[in-house]
Design a protein around this ligand. Structure first.
Ligand SMILES: Nc1ncnc2c1ncn2[C@@H]1O[C@H](COP(=O)(O)OP(=O)(O)OP(=O)(O)O)[C@@H](O)[C@H]1O
Ligand SMILES: [Mg+2]
Length: 237
């Protein structure tokens, strides 16, 4: 595992046409910590995760990595809001994340089994990826992400389609993974109870801007901004 590092955002902007959908002055994420990203629909949570993952470029600003690791060495994994699975088997869907890593066949088999057991999908290892339910597809997508050791794990509402048993299993799996790897986790969620269960810190976005940041309890129980108070008034926290 890499040593300590911090991901720093400065003046980060994403613009579509005339519209600024992300405008973050100054924000830092520390390795080893778990952040919940909250905010209303369209506030920019997915956009921020997509920019951080490199899936889309920022329109301006900087993402820097400070600490015991070079930016290009940071291993980043991203689970998009819409899970996708390929038509081949569930096991192959997960194993493909290990392609190119020069692992032995037995090591790949063992890692895939562990990842699928961790999300409760081992019994369906031979099923076709194309026939999965929404929640099953999310579980497989999570297994595919966590089958590798990563420094930064970006999750976009990873349990939104899962039932409660699947959600709790996924949260336990993430927690164990975090403890083992010391990774930085940033997870968008619409569930306040989930934010409280799994994250030390929370960042709230509204209209692309950070309106609250701090410990999860501070952000969810003592919002300081008007936008934060309004958003949380709809949440039974
Ligand atoms: N490719 C795009 N082209 C134009 N506008 C976009 C594009 N992607 C996102 N947007 C806009 O940017 C804004 C932020 O979208 P984003 O998906 O980041 O919101 P979100 O906070 O993840 O919302 P949700 O809670 O619904 O997932 C939205 O108003 C959206 O319409
Ligand atoms: Mg989103």
């Amino acid at each position: 595992m890499s040593g300590h590092f911090c991901v720093k955002l400065q003046g980060l902007r994403k613009v579509y046409g005339e519209r600024v959908v992300l405008d973050i002055d100054d924000l830092g994420f520390e390795a080893g910590r778990s952040y919940a990203l909250v905010g209303p629909n369209g506030s920019g949570k997915s956009t921020l995760l997509r920019v951080l993952s490199g899936v889309i470029p920022a329109s301006g600003g900087a993402i820097d990595v400070e600490g015991d690791i070079l930016r290009d060495d940071v291993r980043v994994g991203y689970m998009p809001q819409k899970s996708y699975t390929f038509g081949f088997s569930v096991a192959r869907n997960v194993a493909l994340a290990l392609d190119g890593m020069k692992l032995s066949k037995s090591e790949v088999t063992a890692r895939v089994e562990r990842a699928l057991r961790d999300v409760g999908m081992w019994e369906m290892a031979d099923a076709r990826g194309s026939g999965l339910s929404g929640g099953e597809a999310q579980r497989v997508a999570l297994a595919r992400l966590l089958v590798r050791d990563l420094d930064v794990v970006l999750l976009d509402e990873p349990t939104a389609s899962m039932d409660i048993a699947g959600t709790l299993l996924a949260e336990e799996t993430l927690e164990r993974y975090r403890e083992r790897t010391g990774c930085l986790t940033i997870m968008a969620t619409h569930a306040p109870s989930q934010a409280r269960r799994i994250s030390h810190d929370a960042v709230m976005l509204a209209a692309g801007c950070v309106v609250e940041k701090g410990t999860t309890d501070q952000v969810l129980s003592h919002p300081t901004s008007e936008a934060g108070r309004e958003f949380l008034s709809y949440w039974a926290v």
